[in-house]
Design a protein around this ligand. Structure first.
Ligand code: DGJ
Length: 731
């Protein structure tokens, strides 16, 4: 287990639980990638790399060796311009204008544990013996450039993390034009490419397509990881299902612009790479300076997508998320946004809170509209001072009144933004991202504060800290409602303007670090117009994120199913909202809305004072049910049973199983009614075949084997938008 280096054949072998990752220092110090996949004991290095002479168009760095070309060598961190024509992992520009660099192996170290990445979120260990880290140093001695490739093996998981650090140890400036976090080559091309795609209110739908020759790219140029693409891809075998086949997951711990690519070249090898998007990016490295790339978390599964997801879920839940709430069940909340929008006063809020309390809800969240003169979304961002017209007695009084009901109090912020109509903007018009003499394009009538500036970051941290200290606030919703345009910073020199977007993200992380540290008892929830920045970078600071502004029960099936490819239920905010749904106008029963939202961090976002007694009774039962099941949902293993992305998409099912396999919860959803429907069974996964189970709503005893291999009968369902939840307990 762990990491070994064989001096004789120069092979590095990284072994995680059931995974091997193998590299070799080959001819002239190039670092080759030999293997990533199911664990093997050893490599026969005589067979691992077979060189074959190609046509005259294949170039050779060594004129005397016509069969050695970087274009066919599987590599770990390739350059462009010296015989490899594929997409490179990095590129630098020298002072003489050249972009040719040549990295060769210099040294390595192996150490226990996992070092932190300077200024960046990353997975971590709690004890040194949980992981081992290999650092390989590559050098371009002509220019004094060293690149440190960092690999950490989490021994109990099938996880290897990677990142790269560039250090300019020469005498001249170097400009980093491209510095991806990882690259690796598979000597095969029979893969599918899976990624998560969407838009506002339709986040993280699963896209799966066959890889064909050429480049397959997903990326963000929006300054945020975005609604459109998630910084994640999986390269999977064409026979890969939930339970079978190979899956190679690559997830970037970063919240800004990213690029993920898979390239099949003319020799039918597949190069995959992931990192900060080189588009509109560069980073000046003066002598002595360094640049750390974000981390990629690489998960291999030989047992299908389900096992890959469960590895990510466990790792992200326990070794990426941090803080007091990491291992705590999360409170059931009521949020006033869709209940009142901007139209509220203290009494209206208290009345909603009172109803919520009666039904067992634990946390009241005051959303947008409590500050400045914000009666619509066109002003006041940046002025974090309570609006006395709406809340004449202030936030403390409101918080105290909520606390008196024996509920916790939470508050919404959008700290990164400024409205042109705000005191902050009038005082500091150059504090936003902008380019001199160009239009400052607005979105939702707002501009983005320039977080690449330290003074701006300090202002935000102080302003938020003051509010949090002024009232009994136990929860913060951290929103971010637009993407970047006219990206530039007043304080950066001309040759550093293209650093702005990444410097912004570094500034954001610094503020989040400071505030989550200062207010360690506060539960922070990330948000970006719903799930526009649902990524591992944010999860390092905030253990949960608002999954989508779309809480229609049908839409949410795909959104939550897709999100679960990478992210655990404990990270997904999921609320029951009113009907007709505010995003799509659909009417679904309260039961289905509740059953869908219960598969995440449960809450309500509607005006409970308008509910009938019958509806309130149903809410009370849902709340009780969630309290009974939430530890299982938030910390159990998730198994996806029926995909809304396959077949007609009319059915979806998933389940959660406790670690000891004594408890499970199964949820089944059917969108449209079927006439004269056949009797069908739903086959479960993840139970103990040798245990006997009792199943709610069913008579008799089921063996775990029976539930998994034969299944459980789906009851007769009448009407559209139906759902069933079974609670399963071992006997
Ligand atoms: C976008 C969020 O996703 C919503 O939940 C809500 O907080 C609004 N912003 C408020 O402006």
């Amino acid at each position: 287990m762990g990491i070994t280096f064989n001096e004789d054949n120069k092979v590095f072998h990284l072994q995680a639980k059931d995974t091997s990752y193998i590299m070799q220092i080959v001819k002239d110090g190039y670092l080759a990638h030999l293997y990533w996949g199911k664990k093997i004991r050893n490599v026969n290095e005589k067979d691992m790399l077979v060189y074959r002479g190609r046509t005259s168009f294949s170039a050779n760095p060594d004129d005397k060796d016509k069969i050695f070309s970087l274009d066919t060598l599987p590599q770990e961190y390739p350059a462009y311009g010296n015989t490899d024509f594929r997409t490179p992992a990095y590129q630098l520009q020298l002072e003489n204008g050249s972009t040719i660099t040549d990295l060769r192996y210099e040294s390595y170290t192996i150490s226990k544990g996992k070092p932190k990445l300077n200024g960046l979120p990353a997975t971590y260990v709690e004890a040194e013996d949980e992981a081992e880290t290999l650092e390989i140093v590559l050098i371009d001695s002509l220019i004094g450039l060293r690149v440190h490739l960092l690999y950490t093996v989490f021994e109990k998981y099938n996880v290897i993390t990677r990142s790269a650090r560039f250090v300019n140890e020469g005498n001249c400036n170097l400009k980093l034009l491209r510095g991806l976090s990882m690259s690796l080559d598979f000597m095969r091309d029979d893969f599918d490419f899976l990624h998560l795609n969407g838009s506002w209110a339709r986040e993280r739908h699963i896209i799966r397509e066959k890889l064909t020759p050429g480049m397959h790219t997903i990326e963000s140029r929006r300054g945020a990881s975005s609604h459109e693409h998630n910084p994640f891809i999986a390269i999977i075998s064409q026979d890969c299902t939930e339970e079978k086949g190979e899956a190679y997951g690559l997830s970037l711990v970063y919240s800004g612009n990213f690029l993920a690519q898979a390239e099949i070249n003319m020799y039918k090898s597949t190069r995959v790479s992931l990192g900060i998007n080189p588009f509109d990016f560069s980073w000046l490295l003066e002598p002595g300076q360094d640049f750390q790339t974000p981390e990629v978390v690489m998960v291999y599964s030989s047992e299908g997508l389900g096992a890959m997801s469960r590895t990510y879920h466990k790792l992200y839940r326990t070794r990426l998320c941090r803080g007091r709430y990491r291992d705590k069940t999360r409170p059931i909340l009521i949020n006033n946004w869709e209940a009142t929008y901007f139209d509220f006063d203290a009494e209206k809020l208290i009345n909603i809170a009172k109803e919520a309390k009666k039904l067992g809800i634990e946390l009241f969240v005051l959303d947008d509209g409590w500050f400045g003169k914000r009666n619509s979304d066109d002003c006041s961002l940046g002025d974090w001072v309570v609006d006395k017209n709406k809340l004449p007695d202030g936030l403390k009084s409101l918080g105290d009144r909520i606390n008196d009901l024996n509920m916790k109090f939470g508050l919404w912020f959008e700290p990164e933004m400024v409205s042109p109509d705000s005191d902050l903007y009038r005082a500091h018009p150059d504090w936003c991202l902008h380019v001199p003499e160009r239009t400052r394009s607005t979105a939702r009538t707002q501009l983005i504060l320039d977080l690449s500036r330290e003074d701006v970051c300090d202002y935000i941290a102080k302003a938020i800290s003051q509010v949090l200290s002024s009232a009994p606030i136990s929860y913060v919703k951290w929103d971010m409602n637009r993407n970047m345009t006219e990206v530039g910073s007043k304080l950066l020199s001309a040759d550093r303007q293209r650093e702005t977007a990444h410097r912004y993200i570094l500034g954001l992380y610094k503020i989040m670090d400071k505030l989550t540290d200062e207010f360690e008892d506060v539960l922070f929830e990330g948000c970006s117009g719903g799930g526009g920045r649902f990524d591992p970078g944010i999860l390092y600071y905030m253990p949960q994120i608002w999954t989508s502004d779309d809480s229609d029960a049908v839409e949410r099936l795909k959104i939550q199913y897709g999100t679960s490819i990478l992210y655990p239920a404990s990270t997904m905010g999921a609320h029951v909202s009113a009907v007709p749904n505010h995003q799509v106008g659909r009417n679904t029963p309260l039961k289905m809305r509740g059953d869908v939202a219960m598969s995440g961090n449960f809450g309500y976002e509607l005006d409970l004072t308008k509910f009938t007694e019958k509806e309130k009774k149903e809410v009370k039962e849902q709340v009780m049910q969630y309290k009974e099941l939430r530890a299982l949902i938030q910390f159990g293993d998730m198994f996806r049973l029926v995909s809304p992305f396959e077949g007609k998409g009319n059915e979806t099912a998933w389940m959660y199983v406790s670690e000891d396999k004594n408890e499970a919860m199964v949820a089944y959803f059917r969108i449209l009614a079927e006439a004269d429907a056949p009797v069908r069974k739903l086959r479960l996964i993840g139970l103990d075949p040798d245990k006997d189970y009792l199943v709610s709503e069913c008579e008799g005893i089921f063996g775990g084997d029976e539930l998994m291999y034969s299944g459980i009968t789906i009851p007769f369902l009448f009407g559209d938008y139906q759902s069933v939840v079974w609670k399963i307990k071992s006997k």
